[in-house]
Structure formats: C-alpha cells, structure tokens
Write a protein that binds this ligand. Structure first.
Ligand SMILES: *[C@@H]1O[C@H](CO)[C@@H](O)[C@H](O)[C@H]1NC(C)=O
Ligand SMILES: *[C@@H]1O[C@H](CO)[C@@H](O)[C@H](O)[C@H]1NC(C)=O
Ligand SMILES: *[C@@H]1O[C@H](CO)[C@@H](O)[C@H](O)[C@H]1NC(C)=O
Ligand SMILES: *[C@@H]1O[C@H](CO)[C@@H](O)[C@H](O)[C@H]1NC(C)=O
Ligand SMILES: *[C@@H]1O[C@H](CO)[C@@H](O)[C@H](O)[C@H]1NC(C)=O
Length: 415
C-alpha cells in the first residue's frame, strides 16, 4: 500500500498534464516499415519489398500467425512514400492507387479484421522527407481523413519544414485536430528531434501534453554503432528524459532492428534489453517473412516484454559506467522489483567476468535480500544481499538482463 501510494504521487506529478487520449499507457508495440523497407516504390522491379498494401498485409499475417500479436505487437505502421504524388480534387491525401489498390481504408479494414491496428505517416511542412505531399497547410483536413480511414496511430515527421520554431505551435494544433475527430489516434511526434537538430530548446512539458511518443534523436540505421550512439544519447540526457516518461508518454529511441542484416544475436539481445529498460516503443522494422528463429525468440521473450510493458511506465537510467561495462536499472511496479541490464559495449574478444556490488545496481530493498532471474538465459540466482556482489560473465557486445525480486515475495508469488 505504502509503496504504491508513493508511486502514484510520483507519476501524478507529471501525469497531470499528459496527453489524455487513453492510448500508450505502456510503450506501444508493433511493426514500422521505414528502417528496413525505406522508400522502395518500384513494385515492377521489386514486388516483394516495395511499399505497397501487400507488404503491410503480409506483415500483419506474420504478426498474427507467428506469435507476435499474442506477445503484444499490435500496430502495423506505414511510413513515408505511401501517398500519390498529388492531393485529389478536394485537396485530400490519397494512397498511390497502383501500390495501394484497396486504398488506406481497405488496408485498415484488413488490418482490423486481424485484430491489429494501423499506423500512418505524414509530415509537418508541405512535403514528406522523401518529397511526397504532407500535412503542413492541411492539418485539420488530414486529421479528419486519417480518422475516416480508421487509422489508429499517426507519425508526423518534420524534414521539409524550414522554420522549426513553428513546430511548438503546429504539432499542438495537430493534437487538437486529432482529438476533434473523436477517434483515439496515438500521436508520434518527431518534433523534439528537429528542435534538437536546430539547437532550439525543447519544452518536454509541452511535448508530453501533445504527443504520446516522440523521437528525441537521429534515425536508427542498420548497425551496432547506431544502436550504441542512441543508447549513449539517452544516458547523457537521462536527467531530462526520465521525468517526462510515464503512462501515455514515452521517449522514442526509434525502431528495433533485430533480425535485420547487421546485429549479431548478442547485439540483438542488447538492443531488446535496452529498449525495455528505456520504456521505449517496441516497433520492429524487419522482414518478418524471413526472420530466423534466434532473432524471433528475442523479440518474443515474454519476460523481457513484461519488463518493457510494466504498468508504471518508468524509464530506466544508467547508474554505473566502468570501462566497457554499463549498468542500467528500471524500477518496476511490483513492490521491491527492478530490472537491471548489465551491458558490455566492448569488443574484447572474450567474455568479461564482472563482479558488481548490489549497492551499485541503483536498487532499494526493504527485505535486504534479492532473488535474481536472468531473463534471456532463464536462470535463477537466489539470496543476494545488498552488501554482496553479483558475479556474471558477459560476452562482448552483449547484455545480462536481470529481473530482481525481494526474496521472500518471490517465494510467496511461487506458492
Ligand atoms: C522500375 O524498375 C524497372 C525494372 O528495373 C525499370 O525498367 C523501371 O523504369 C522502373 N520504374 C520506375 C518508375 O523507376
Ligand atoms: C507551404 O506552402 C505554403 C503555400 O504554398 C507556403 O506559404 C508555406 O510557406 C509553405 N511552407 C513551407 C514550410 O515550405
Ligand atoms: C480529447 O481530449 C479530451 C480532454 O483531454 C479527452 O477527455 C478525450 O478523451 C480526447 N478524445 C480523443 C478522441 O482523443
Ligand atoms: C513549457 O510548456 C508548458 C506547458 O505548456 C508551459 O507552461 C511552460 O511555460 C513552457 N516553458 C517554457 C520555458 O516555455
Ligand atoms: C571497475 O571495474 C574494476 C574491475 O574491472 C574494479 O576493480 C573497479 O572497482 C570498478 N570500479 C567501480 C567504480 O565499480
């Protein structure tokens, strides 16, 4: 009782002004086309991978049939390059008719028939990043159009808007127009990243009042280097970013690239663990038709997803950095429970033995003793006291991802 009361007060301090559309109470999960499929629009040359309704329908089928939907992945998100090159006679956006013969409404119906949700993309400014028509002069009309089609999530990018100072007005306008449609539409804003890029101070209070999730930093690319640079950004900015995260509002370090061309299995575990610790949206950008089982297992790991989807929605922090070892900890809803990622970002070609004092985990205890579950290895360790050390061997570019329970409570839960 006592602990949950404190938690409510802590959350309430920010939650009071958070966007109130009932969505993203935990970090949203799904699939997003951009990182893997880009602006491939030539369906003659590449029918299997071009941005078309077929691609999104096939990904929806995979989400349902291969266990992703049951694990919590529910959004199927279109990114740039879905539109026809012009608006129609009534100024409405419409999908390229050759690549989306059913229209977005038809695609939304298909996605909904599978029990999934559809996300779409536009930009603030007159053109999208790839030069397609965008919402700048038509925010209200586009919000209405997306709602009519049955869209459930909107990502609004910002490339072609030259005056980024106007974003503090324009994004909140879109929030109002989305709200006025009466359809709950999860709003993903790229606004803070563009302000950051232009050196404009970011007002995260305002961002959280208007967006469910928001990009803070550059686009992810298909490399471990890219993953590390993103993790590093969140560590450096954690004192600003942790307080704004909570149910309804999440910082977005961009897509999961697990199962793509570059990450090893160990690196993929590290990205998955870190995105769970950061309370980040879990939006995969990969080819679910060809992904191999070892990557699929990482994406479907129930214990990792439970940490990501913890009800309190707290974003974790880097609490220790020592050579190539980083310790990141996130408080969980369960009384006295924490998740800790021990990340080895080094390239020393043998596993490192680390011995970390529990007092350096950034956890608190009332029972004085923890049981620890390694959620990737599915291994349990018992009876760790706060004045003791936790010893573990971690391969290069990998992670030990731990769920800490107060020992006596774990025993009660198991009964
Ligand atoms: C699509 O690719 C085909 C085959 O490579 C090519 O002949 C055609 O010109 C391309 N179409 C466009 C619009 O680029
Ligand atoms: C968008 O187009 C309108 C009308 O043509 C113009 O006034 C406005 O400056 C343009 N905005 C941007 C960001 O280019
Ligand atoms: C619109 O905003 C009001 C007030 O914040 C909120 O109660 C309502 O649920 C919102 N509706 C939608 C569709 O987002
Ligand atoms: C940031 O936005 C909030 C909420 O709209 C506002 O109350 C506050 O004055 C803004 N802060 C600054 C520094 O502009
Ligand atoms: C850093 O790691 C080394 C051994 O790898 C250890 O001796 C040292 O105590 C650690 N420092 C901190 C602050 O944890």
């Amino acid at each position: 009782m006592w602990a949950s009361a404190v938690l409510l007060v802590l959350l309430g301090s920010f939650g009071a002004n958070a966007l109130d559309n009932g969505l993203a109470r935990t970090p949203p999960m799904g699939w997003l086309a951009w990182e893997r499929f880009r602006c491939n629009v030539n369906c003659t040359a590449d029918p299997k991978n071009c941005v078309s309704e077929k691609l999104f329908m096939e990904m929806a089928d995979r989400l349902v049939e291969d266990g992703y939907k049951d694990a919590g992945y529910e959004y199927v998100n279109i990114d740039d390059c879905w539109m026809a090159k012009q608006r129609d006679a009534n100024n409405k956006l419409y999908a390229d008719p050759e690549r989306f013969p059913s229209g977005i409404k038809g695609l939304a119906d298909y996605i909904h028939s599978k029990g999934l949700k559809l996300g779409i993309y536009t930009a603030y400014g007159n053109f999208t990043c790839q030069g397609y028509p965008a919402s700048g002069m038509h925010l209200e009309l586009d919000a209405q159009t997306f709602a009519e089609w049955g869209v459930d999530m909107l990502k609004m990018d910002g490339c072609k808007q030259m005056d980024r100072h106007t974003m503090k007005k324009g994004y909140p306008q879109m929030t109002k127009y989305l709200n006025a449609t009466g359809r709950p539409i999860l709003f993903s804003c790229s606004w803070p990243d563009y302000e950051r890029g232009a050196g404009i101070p970011i007002n995260y209070t305002l961002v959280a009042e208007n967006c469910n999730i928001w990009r803070n930093y550059v686009d992810i690319q298909d490399s471990w280097q890219s993953v590390l640079s993103i993790i590093d950004y969140y560590a450096k900015e954690q004192d600003t970013l942790v307080p704004v995260a909570g149910p309804g509002n999440f910082n977005d370090p961009d897509m999961l690239i697990i199962g793509d061309f570059s990450l090893s299995v160990e690196q993929a575990k590290a990205q998955m663990a870190m995105w769970a610790i950061l309370a980040a949206p879990l939006l995969m950008s990969n080819d679910l038709r060809t992904i191999t089982p070892e990557y699929r297992d990482i994406l479907l790991n129930k214990d990792v997803i439970a940490i990501s989807q913890d009800n309190a929605g707290i974003m974790g922090k880097r609490v220790l950095q020592n050579g190539s070892i980083e310790v990141w900890t996130k408080k969980l809803t369960g009384i006295g429970e924490f998740a800790t990622a021990i990340l080895n970002v080094g390239d020393y070609g043998a596993p490192i033995n680390v011995s970390i004092p529990l007092v350096d985990f950034g956890v608190e205890t009332f029972s004085g003793v923890f049981d620890i579950q390694d959620v990737f290895l599915q291994k349990d360790y018992y009876n760790y006291f706060m004045d003791g050390n936790f010893d573990i061997e971690i391969p290069p570019n990998s992670v030990a991802f731990l769920h800490l329970y107060p020992s006596d409570l774990r025993k009660l839960k198991k009964k």
